[in-house]
Design a protein around this ligand. Structure first.
Ligand code: ADP
Ligand code: MG
Length: 316
């Protein structure tokens, strides 16, 4: 039998040289040195086997996704990643699984410069991974949901719907032209920290697309007490989704979850500057609509009502 302490020392005790860490894994608590003058942003996400990922998902994908979804939340808040904790519930102690999991976690953590500073390891019947990620932001660079303004342009940071199509492919409900690409989007989402960096001081609000474009836009609209007009013909679709039935493709893009793109608003006074930055930095962002105080909820350019719960609700 492998003990909890063997697992921690073998797989989750990494060396960090961060200036912000006094003591990390190994004591009763981590001792951290927050930078002066910045604000601390904290976010937690739990992934449970068979609820948040199919139980045949490879260990490396589970580790990547568990951290990526938390990094995506930090990106959506305008924060730079700094530390994270890992609470693991394991149904068994398969060394191959633990090795693949910890190597993949270490890889994405070093890619985005975030340090593992502690956690908890328990045994239980269902695999569950809870990560709490912490990051810092300048107070005037924070990106909130509640601060969109009427007239702001609505943007997304990349293609929508591929992860939801990937889930349908894994569950053998759907097969498309490039299954590999969609399943990769589902399993290994890219946290949009680079784009988030360029939104500071420019975007008026931001959220990451985890539940689906309409549901997440609705969070911004509710928090900002505004409505929006959406141009369905501007919703960015991959070639895989462009090659299937258009309504089905829009359904994945508007109501499918797990894209982890950023959805944000740009005030018109910053629009020219934002477009210049996108060009200079090679960022592919797509304008898909506009915030409008005279609209209640969400409508299409043709005036059809869009329902946050899903595209199907307004069809027909
Ligand atoms: P305690 O019993 O005092 O709560 P634990 O035995 O749970 O401490 O943990 C010992 C040390 O290992 C702590 O520093 C804790 O943060 C760290 N730790 C436990 N599990 C993990 C994990 N999965 N990843 C990283 N650090 C962990
Ligand atoms: Mg203790």
């Amino acid at each position: 039998m492998t003990s909890e302490f063997d697992i921690i020392s073998q797989y989750f005790s990494w060396n960090h040289k961060a200036n912000s860490i006094h003591t990390a894994v190994g004591d009763d608590g981590a001792i951290l040195i927050p930078p002066v003058g910045k604000q601390l942003v904290v976010t937690t996400d739990t992934l449970i086997s068979d609820v948040h990922f199919p139980d045949n998902t490879p260990a490396d994908a589970i580790a990547h996704k568990a951290l990526a979804v938390n990094l995506s939340d930090l990106a959506a808040m305008g924060a730079e990643p700094e530390w994270f904790t890992l609470a693991l519930t394991l149904p068994n102690t398969d060394p191959q699984w633990l090795e693949a999991f910890s190597q993949s976690l270490k890889k994405i953590a070093s890619q985005y410069s975030i340090a593992l500073i502690g956690g908890d390891t328990t045994s239980g019947s269902t695999l569950s991974i809870t990560i709490t990620a912490m990051g810092f932001a300048e107070p005037h660079h924070l990106l909130l949901r509640s601060t969109a303004q009427s007239g702001d342009l609505i943007y997304v940071s990349g293609l929508l719907g591929d992860a939801a199509a990937g889930l349908a492919m894994v569950q053998q409900r759907f097969s498309g032209q490039d299954n590999q690409h969609c399943i990769e989007q589902l399993n290994k989402p890219t946290p949009q920290l680079t784009i988030a960096h360029h939104l500071r001081g420019i975007a008026s609000s931001c959220i990451d697309v985890s539940d689906g474009f309409l549901a997440d836009l609705n969070h911004i609209l509710k928090a900002s007490q505004l409505g929006a007009r959406i141009h369905l013909d501007q919703i960015p679709l991959s070639s895989t989704l462009q090659n299937i039935d258009h309504q089905e493709a829009l359904n994945y893009a508007l109501s499918g979850g797990d894209d982890y793109q950023l959805l944000f608003t740009i005030p018109q006074k910053h629009h020219a500057n934002f477009k210049k930055i996108c060009q200079q930095q090679d960022l592919l962002c797509y304008c898909v609509g506009q915030i409008d105080h005279s609209i209640n909820g969400m409508i299409t350019s043709q005036g059809k009502i869009l329902n946050a719960k899903g595209f199907n609700h307004f069809l027909g």
